[in-house]
Design a protein around this ligand. Structure first.
Ligand code: SAH
Length: 345
């Protein structure tokens, strides 16, 4: 038995042909699975009974199950979902004025070892499959329906647990799947991939010809500090990231976002702001300043708001555009990995 959510559109077409069916079956199925979000073959009323029986015999519609939920006072919804093999990952819905962004996990655990991050408390156990990533989205939409919330997921950010570019093939298939016009049809510009800076994959991604947003977690603009915060910097230091970003800009003509987490007395001085401005210089990029979500396993503290404002002023004075990320779900364990850590700890 195969999980039907594992197929992107092209592979589903091939699968249907192998089954002796016409390729248009893929379109019909995509509409049921992703537009009507029906997860029961018997309800697919425009498919003949014999075809439905064949589907039931060969395939199943497997989604993760919800094992814990948290809803914050600002309506941030966090779900802990359980996968087939018992592993659990988090997904969170963040409410913006422009829509509802789902933060999707891409791996069970993470090997990048960023010193401030809760996700890395669990080493990578494995990559998530396409159906497990699309499953997070479908389960969130189901959950919204179950609480009579009329909203749906409208944006996807790959900023949950895991390093998306360390699971490159599945992540790209997932992105193409949710982008497909016969399916969920999420516009490429409504999808953001966030990476800690895996340089070879930045080049590869630049060549994909996608209009998907790219965000790079920088958090420091000098190698000494970045080596401490993000050990991956030893393999791919700032100069290499910059070259890759220049290539990306050339190929795609899309601006990149640099994420910059503000950690008290670590990377939030005026000097740090100037260093960041120097690094960006005339790159087509803007900065997303992120308030740190403190976690009990780590000693880092969030920067004082007054400091954040000064930091941002320096950037502005240096013609670097920046936004301060809205904070979500402050009254639930909103930072990456915390709900899972709570459940297993
Ligand atoms: N591995 C990818 C995506 C997952 S993390 C990446 O590194 O970009 C998504 C973002 O959340 C990253 O910028 C990460 O550095 C940041 N982050 C991690 N822990 C955090 C915390 N406790 N508070 C706020 N942001 C955090």
């Amino acid at each position: 038995m195969k999980n039907l959510y594992a197929f992107d559109f092209e592979s589903l077409k091939e699968e249907m042909v192998l089954l002796g069916e016409k390729p248009y079956r893929a379109k019909q199925l995509f509409q049921w699975l992703y537009q009507k979000e029906i997860d029961d073959f018997s309800l697919m009323s425009d498919l003949s009974l014999t075809f439905r029986a064949l589907l039931k015999e060969k395939y199943f519609l497997g989604k993760p199950t919800i094992s814990d939920t948290q809803i914050a006072s600002d309506n941030t919804i966090k779900l802990l979902v359980e996968l087939n093999d018992g592993h659990k990952v988090e997904t969170a819905l963040l409410r913006y004025r422009y829509g509802n962004a789902l933060c999707v996990s891409t791996q069970v655990g993470c090997n990048m070892n960023c010193s401030f991050c809760a996700s890395g408390l669990l080493k990578k156990q494995r990559n998530l499959s396409v159906e497990e990533m699309v499953g997070q989205l479908l389960v969130m939409n189901d959950f919204l329906k179950s609480i009579n919330d009329e909203e749906k997921v409208s944006h996807v950010v790959l900023m949950g647990t895991g390093e998306p570019f360390d699971n490159y093939e599945n992540v790209l298939r997932f992105v193409r799947l949710i982008n497909h016009p016969f399916g969920l049809a999420l516009g490429a510009r409504k999808i953001t991939i966030s990476t800690c800076g895996l340089v070879p994959q930045i080049y590869q991604f630049a060549d994909e010809g996608l209009q998907v947003n790219l965000a790079i977690s920088l958090h420091a603009a000098n190698n000494k500090l970045r080596n401490q915060l993000m050990p991956i910097n030893k393999a791919y230091p700032l100069e290499k990231i910059k070259e890759a970003v220049e290539y990306y800009l050339l190929k795609t003509n899309r601006r990149v976002t640099f994420e910059y987490l503000l950690l008290k007395d670590i990377n939030d001085s005026i000097r740090d702001a100037h260093e960041l401005a120097n690094y960006i210089n005339n790159l087509q990029a803007y900065v997303n300043l992120i308030p740190y979500n403190e976690i009990k396993e780590k000693d880092y503290k969030r920067s004082e708001m007054s400091n954040v404002q000064i930091f941002q002023k320096v950037l502005t004075s240096r013609q670097v555009t920046s936004t301060l990320r809205k904070e979500f779900g402050y009254d639930i364990s909103a930072a990456c990995g915390q709900l899972r850590a709570k459940s297993s700890g």
